[in-house]
Ligand binder design. Structure first.
Ligand code: ZN
Ligand code: ZN
Ligand code: ZN
Ligand code: ZN
Length: 343
């Protein structure tokens, strides 16, 4: 029976923040500010949307005088009666447009994402590596607790998929054939899965470039892991030219799809370049989603005055709640067994 690990590059690639280094940064900051005021990061996550008038921002024509006013696609905060009006208004609008578009992007980036539940036990799937398995029969991601329970429940039949009861495949080739059928139906997780096989050279000749192309497609089809793996590849220059900007971009897309490790990495990346407010926003959200390393960084941030007492206390409570939600007897048994490959 095959258990090819679903998460390929699940390990985080950036380190924890060392308290001493934070102190170093604070000294720099207070020197720059030349003041005794405490540098505290505000965690306000919402940006208020401006009201949008129902007139062309350039000529002032209302809806009654033209067939349809079209919103500016970048900022969604002004409307135009025609392409000509939009072009004429551009020089005047450009700066506000960019600012508002960036706000809209951040609203999406710093939004809490509900975790995916296992379709069988309905508990949130833990985000750590190797805690769930992609099933090439039905395309579902099942927590290892449920798979372990199914295998243990009965002889023979227990080998079937815990979700759809399809008998197991007997070879990697069969597994690939099944995954390909799911890809024909635009299943993003199937793309992520097969990309991983290309990356590792399992069932195919190793082809990192092809893996990256497939991870991009996986991400576009909604697989957070697809974007995560692509980001990782850009960070490492694996199958694509090394590009930290693109790595960050794809980590952001992965985080928007709910990937917690991507968010932790983003926190570290923002921290590295001195964007402390953004860094702690990421750590706060990742800690709320149950990430221990992010919670550790947040604790350090609290001790040093980057994070308020309330923010830390609330996050700590939510962190423990999430940890509890993700735990189950069946999952503990799966971890204790040697059925799955944990790294
Ligand atoms: Zn107009
Ligand atoms: Zn605009
Ligand atoms: Zn489950
Ligand atoms: Zn299945």
């Amino acid at each position: 029976m095959l258990y090819i690990v679903y998460f390929i590059h699940r390990t985080t690639i950036y380190s924890k923040i060392e308290p001493l280094r934070i102190i170093g940064y604070i000294i720099q900051l207070t020197t720059i500010l030349n003041t005794t005021q405490k540098f505290t990061c505000t965690m306000s996550l919402s940006v208020s949307a401006p009201s949008i008038d129902n007139i062309c921002a350039n000529c002032g024509k209302g809806e009654e005088n033209c067939s349809k006013l079209q919103k500016c696609g970048a900022c969604l905060s002004v409307k135009y009666c025609s392409r000509e009006c939009q072009a004429t208004h551009r020089p005047q609008h450009k700066q506000d447009c960019k600012k508002r578009a960036a706000e809209l992007y951040d609203e999406k980036l710093f939004k809490e994402v509900e975790p995916e539940d296992c379709p069988l036990c309905m508990l949130p799937i833990p985000y750590e590596s190797g805690t769930a398995t992609f099933k090439s029969c039905c395309g579902k991601i099942i927590c290892n607790g449920c798979i372990h329970a199914m295998v243990m429940s009965s002889e023979g039949e227990g080998q079937s998929c815990a979700f759809c009861r399809t008998p197991p495949v007997m070879s990697t080739d069969d597994e690939i054939e099944r995954a390909k059928k799911l890809m024909d139906k635009d299943n993003g997780e199937a793309f992520n899965f097969l990309a991983g096989l290309h990356d590792q050279g399992i069932g195919f000749l190793q082809d990192n470039k092809k893996a990256c192309e497939m991870w991009l497609k996986a991400g576009e089809l909604g697989s957070a892991k697809g974007y995560y793996n692509l980001a990782y590849s850009y960070g490492q220059g694996r199958g694509v030219e090394m590009d930290q900007k693109k790595a960050k971009h794809y980590f952001e897309l992965a985080a928007m799809c709910g990937d917690v490790s991507a968010r932790f990495n983003l926190g570290c990346m923002e921290y590295e370049v001195g964007s402390y407010e953004r860094a702690y926003k990421h750590f706060l959200l990742a800690a709320k989603a149950g990430d221990k390393d992010s919670l550790g960084n947040l604790k350090t941030g609290y001790k040093l005055g980057f994070v308020t007492k309330d923010e830390y206390a609330t996050t700590l409570r939510v962190y423990h709640e999430r940890q509890k939600e993700m735990k189950s007897d069946m999952r503990d048994k799966a971890v204790a067994s040697d059925m799955f490959d944990y790294d």
